[in-house]
Design a protein around this ligand. Structure first.
Ligand code: F6R
Length: 361
């Protein structure tokens, strides 16, 4: 049932390309423009505020959406973890839309947040993987992520598919609001080509080799900027939950406001540093970390030779539109955590103290 793979998690990461294909199918027209007609009753043209609610990995997918949507659309995306959201005042008006993201569709706090929004008179779009789940029944509409069953407790292919749905939703809003540009054609085209790109990445043996070296560290500092702040947070979450290594994540600019004090040769930095508009800023943060004698492992864009001068190790990923790097990098951080957990002798499919769906508060 593991299809020749040692663990479900590894199998499920290898299923990412086909999972993406299932998420995309039927959601793009021939001209590669998104089509989510089923959402047209939600007045996407008029929405001014989006409330985004989710937990854990799903929250990180939401964070990617916030950066993507706010970059192009005249909207504010207010995002919160469900366990906080549900206990704070909820303000809804005609131009507010709520998006609830939950792989299982059963997470108690996310469900209660959906109920609270509905009670306040709001509309909820759910993004889930499980047909017939409670959140899908209680929301106004569901965009299914079609990732297929995920047995590994740590989310892998479902995180990627959440991103696919959220990019598609963002792009659809851009189309509906008449701000579609050539740049969106490029993003859309690359999104549709992402299964091919990911297929190359998951077979990169370098990730496995680096895991061998890094598996004995007790701490990790993940840093990223902009849309890849979410990537850093997700990377750290994956590492801590399956390998039990203490990993913290910060927007790189925050380092000097405290966490840089932690860095020394025993505390490596995992830098998400693709060639994007914040690349130069990331470089200075890497240099600052290096000056504290921290070991640096960077994820960088193919062809970036400069990064080698300031990093001890580099994992290269193919060049892509900058907004799509969280998608391209997701399987890399997942594989890195997977290999480390396995090499440390843990079962990545069943991390201690965790359940696949958190149906209690
Ligand atoms: C981490 C992980 C969890 C879930 C979280 C929300 O790998 O899987 O953080 O993302 O418990 O679960 P869902 O998406 O089912 O609401």
């Amino acid at each position: 049932e593991k299809g020749g793979f040692k663990h479900f998690m590894l199998k499920e990461i290898h299923e990412v390309p086909e999972a993406i294909e299932s998420a995309l199918v039927g959601r793009f027209d021939e001209d590669l423009k998104p089509n989510l007609k089923e959402l047209d009753e939600f007045n996407l043209e008029k929405v001014k505020r989006i409330l985004l609610v989710a937990c854990g990995t799903s929250y990180h997918a939401g964070l990617v959406f916030k950066y993507f949507a706010e970059k192009y659309l005249d909207v504010d995306v207010l995002i919160d973890v469900a366990s906080e959201f549900r206990y704070r005042p909820i303000r809804i008006d005609d131009n507010t839309l709520t998006i609830a993201i939950s792989q299982s569709g059963e997470t108690a706090d996310t469900l209660e947040s959906v109920r609270a929004v509905k009670k306040a008179g709001g509309k909820v779009i759910a993004i889930t993987n499980v047909v017939g789940s409670t959140i899908t029944r209680e929301s106004d509409i569901t965009l299914f992520m079609n990732a297929g069953p995920e047995i590994g407790v740590a989310a892998s292919k479902t995180y990627v598919n959440q991103l696919i749905i959220l990019y598609t939703l963002g792009l659809y809003m851009m189309k509906k609001r008449g701000i579609w540009s050539e740049e969106h054609n490029i993003i859309s085209k690359q999104l549709n080509e992402s299964p091919k790109i990911v297929r190359k990445i998951i077979n990169n043996e370098k990730i496995n080799q680096l895991a061998d070296y890094y598996k004995n560290y007790h701490h990790f500092m993940y840093i990223g900027r902009g849309i890849n702040t979410a990537t850093a947070m997700e990377g750290a979450l994956k590492l801590k939950e399956i390998s039990y290594i203490n990993a913290v994540a910060y927007p790189a600019g925050e380092l000097k406001h405290g966490p840089i004090a932690l860095l020394d040769p025993t505390f490596p930095v995992f830098a998400i540093a693709p060639k994007d508009s914040l690349y130069e800023k990331m470089r200075s943060n890497i240099e600052e970390s290096r000056a504290r004698n921290a070991r640096i492992l960077s994820i960088a864009t193919e062809g970036d030779e400069e990064i080698k001068k300031i990093s001890h190790d580099v994992i290269y990923i193919p060049e892509a539109h900058e907004d799509l790097y969280p998608l391209i990098i997701a399987p890399v951080i997942q594989l890195f955590a997977y290999y480390i957990a396995d090499k440390r002798g843990y079962d990545p499919d069943k991390p201690r103290n965790l359940a696949k769906s958190v149906t209690v508060e």
